[in-house]
Ligand binder design. Structure first.
Ligand code: ADP
Ligand code: MG
Length: 267
């Protein structure tokens, strides 16, 4: 049985696309066949985050319009062949695409892939309705900010109204030092408001921005990063593994330098 999961949030800029790219890649690394569907029609950027933008010939729009075959529009990642991308159209009139089109599309995809991950646009209008149309599960991404959490709560209600009740939460861009100083909501604070199960806690990590600019999801990098590891853990939890949550506290700046100089006697 394949899984059709929409990655959504309500609010824009909270990390849906970042989470889709990293999760898709991390699940593919675990040996599952994954297709990432960019449902952010008009503002696509999942292709950029994956570094696949130059390989796109056809998009979901041509597939729906029957102007190309599905496999002509799927871009297979050369670094990780278990991962494919179905890009969003950027130029043409997007209003012609309906929820019924999207539902049919993801259902076809689910015959060929273990996971269909749908990157949802911001907002709760037609783009959102299209993105959730064929989904059986949802991952809500939020940051620990009250406006994002409130939008996430609204989206939980809308998903449930659309009979999507398997909803999990990724809390993104956590800054432990701010949480410690009571300047940011803690994981517990957010979970008190949103009654959904936490599947990932991702730190705010500048490596995310570096990887975005390189078109290489963090989970592909050889350099270990806290955010990359956190995303790999989400993938394993989705696969049903019990994985402890990371301690997001980073040692204070200069800690490693001091430790090295102490070990080498150069202090
Ligand atoms: P959305 O798809 O929800 O609009 P994006 O995934 O495009 O959000 O992310 C918005 C911005 O936030 C991007 O510039 C991205 O690099 C940055 N970002 C996302 N997650 C993190 C993180 N954990 N740490 C640092 N920056 C992040
Ligand atoms: Mg996005």
């Amino acid at each position: 049985m394949s899984r059709i999961i929409v990655v959504t949030s309500g609010k824009g800029g909270v990390g849906k696309t970042t989470s889709s790219a990293n999760l898709g890649m991390a699940i593919a690394k675990l040996g599952r066949k994954v297709v990432l569907v960019d449902a952010d029609f008009g503002l696509r950027n999942l292709d950029l985050l994956l570094g696949l933008e130059n390989r796109i010939v056809y998009t979901a729009l041509e597939v729906i319009a029957r102007e190309c075959k599905l496999d002509q529009a799927l871009v297979k990642d050369k670094r990780q062949p278990n991962l494919s991308l179905l890009a969003a159209p950027q130029t043409r009139n997007k209003t012609v695409i309906t929820a019924a089109h999207m539902k049919a599309l993801v259902e076809v995809l689910s015959r060929y892939f273990d996971y269909v991950l749908i990157d949802c646009p911001a907002g709760i209008e037609s783009g959102f309705q299209n993105a959730i149309a064929g989904a059986k599960e949802a991952i809500i991404v939020t940051t620990p900010e009250i406006s994002a959490v409130r939008d996430a709560d609204r989206v939980v209600g809308l998903l449930e109204a659309n009979r999507i009740t398997d909803i999990k939460l990724i809390l993104n861009r956590i800054r432990p030092a701010m949480v410690r100083n009571n300047d940011m909501m803690s994981i517990e604070d957010v979970l008190d408001i949103l009654s959904v199960k936490l599947i990932g806690a991702i730190p705010d990590d500048e490596q995310v921005i570096v990887s975005t600019n390189k078109g290489e999801p963090l989970v592909l990098s050889d350099k270990p990063s806290l955010a990359g590891t956190a995303y790999e853990n989400v993938a394993r939890r989705l696969e049903g593994q019990e994985v402890e949550f990371l301690n997001l506290e980073v040692p204070p700046k200069g800690f490693f330098a001091k430790l090295t100089s102490w070990i080498t006697g150069n202090s």
